[in-house]
Design a protein around this ligand. Sequence first.
Ligand code: NAD
Length: 284
Amino acid sequence: MPAQLLTGTPVVEQLHARIRSILQNLPLDAPRPTLALLVPRDPSAQAYARAIRKQFSNLLLEVRAFALEDQLEESDFLRLLKQLDSDTSVTGILALQPLPPRISRSTLSEAMPPAKDVDGVSYEQQGRLALGTPTIAPSTPLGGMLLLRHYGITVTGRHAVVIGRSPIVGRPLALLLLMADATVTICHTRTLDLARFTRQADLLFAAAGRPGLVTADMVKPGAVVVDFGVSVIDGRLVGDVDPAVAEVASALTPVPGGTGPVTTAVLACNLLRLAGLWPEEQLF
Ligand code: NAD
């Protein structure tokens, strides 16, 4: 029997309903939670920025966009973060990737003010997550966890295999899975014989950005497969998981329409958390 498709839409609808009900209870004259969105020139970042603006404006959340030009110097980037940190009308800050050439991921982690870190990139938030006491988690992996929860998929005690160890997807996902009591294996480019590990997975997560990396013979029959990969091939969005995996897995997230839309909805939830409007227990 082909795999159940774990689409993101019902998860997004549920999160949006929660956000709307929280915002409806705010006094009319209360300021709206506001996201400062730092957008590099890269076309994928520009497309993601448009999606965020559209979703946030539907939710009546404010977005203020700032262009990050390719030639941006580190000192100017640091000045912008400082200015946004001291601006009391800004609730959260998100710098889209890939960052301009002179700005490294470690500069961003060092300089992002933790209290406005809407996507958990700061050293403080990453460190808290590593110790199992996060207050904010990166939106993409947290979205994956909420997707599993929505579809009633058990994580506790199961063997989760994560392909990818980047600071924004694979690594924080592995930590969230550990917090949810999975037994976790992390695979990466230097892993020898990837299939040996993926075939042992009850829950398999692909976050490599390599189209078709996970083929049907690499998946244990009945496994749940979550695809975070997004690549553009001949103008089409494709994931890391070969569509034939649907014949082997019990459940699979589609690309597009799986983890992607949930990411943006979780960002909005994170913004409400930073504004002190989202109850602690609702996300973790
Ligand atoms: P990245 O390039 O920073 O990291 C990729 C990771 O995958 C690395 O840790 C690398 O070791 C591993 N990897 C690459 N090729 C591999 C291989 N052949 N075998 C084993 N491991 C391999 O990328 P990223 O920023 O983590 O993004 C990963 C993917 O997720 C991309 O396709 C990106 O577009 C996508 N993404 C999706 C969302 C979403 O909302 N669904 C959000 C962010 C990123």
